[in-house]
Design a protein around this ligand. Structure first.
Ligand code: IMP
Ligand code: MG
Length: 181
């Protein structure tokens, strides 16, 4: 079991397993019809997943524009689930196909907000790719078109995902266990 920052980490998905799912998702994306595609990575958690997925897409001759949005979600555990834009994209999405990329789809509040925002701005279609789907946590009416893994109800870290700003750099997805003694 890897030890990072004095904690034992239980590996849930290895780098190799993640890579395989990225290749599968890229081929699913390539099989769908996208025109004038703009990929929007939802920061910060998706940065490694997005970087790997767009390179897997490149191998299949997909040539998207790449943008970034940073969203803050308040009280994700509460009913309100209010979301606001911390840093917006810079490009127009009007009449374009959009693919939102995020690390985890949990309550769905964040991605529902982002999807509706892009549709309001006139995007032709807005699809969603996530590395992990925690379906049992869903509150909002949204689904992902491309899913890496159906994730059990653990709090996970690594591969871009953090707890208290730590562990984003791990090349795998894991669950933090106790201190090493
Ligand atoms: P929601 O779907 O709006 O509830 O928010 C999902 C977001 O919460 C993800 O994009 C992550 O940033 C964060 N998140 C949810 N579950 C986890 C987890 O297990 N580890 C790290 N971040 C998480
Ligand atoms: Mg996130």
């Amino acid at each position: 079991m890897p030890i990072v920052r004095g904690k034992q980490i239980d590996v849930l998905y290895t780098a190799e397993q993640i890579n395989q799912q990225n290749l599968r998702m890229a081929s699913e994306i390539a099989a769908d019809e996208y025109k004038d595609l703009i990929v929007i990575a939802v920061l910060k958690g998706s940065f490694i997943f997005a970087a790997d997925l767009i390179r897997a897409m490149h191998e299949l001759k997909i040539e998207p524009e790449v943008e970034f949005i940073s969203l803050a979600s308040y009280g994700s555990g509460t009913e309100a689930g209010e979301v606001r834009v911390l840093r917006d994209i810079e490009s127009e999405v009007k009449d374009r196909d959009v693919l939102l990329i995020d690390d985890i789809l949990e309550s769905g509040n964040t991605l529902k907000f982002a999807r509706e925002l892009m549709l309001e701005r006139g995007a032709r279609k807005v699809e969603v790719a996530v590395l992990l789907d925690k379906t049992m946590r869903r509150k909002a009416d949204i689904f992902a078109n491309y899913v890496g893994f159906e994730c059990p109800d653990y709090f996970v870290v690594g591969y871009g995902m953090d707890v208290g700003h730590a562990f984003r750099e791990l090349p795998f997805v894991g669950v933090v266990k106790g201190d090493v003694d």
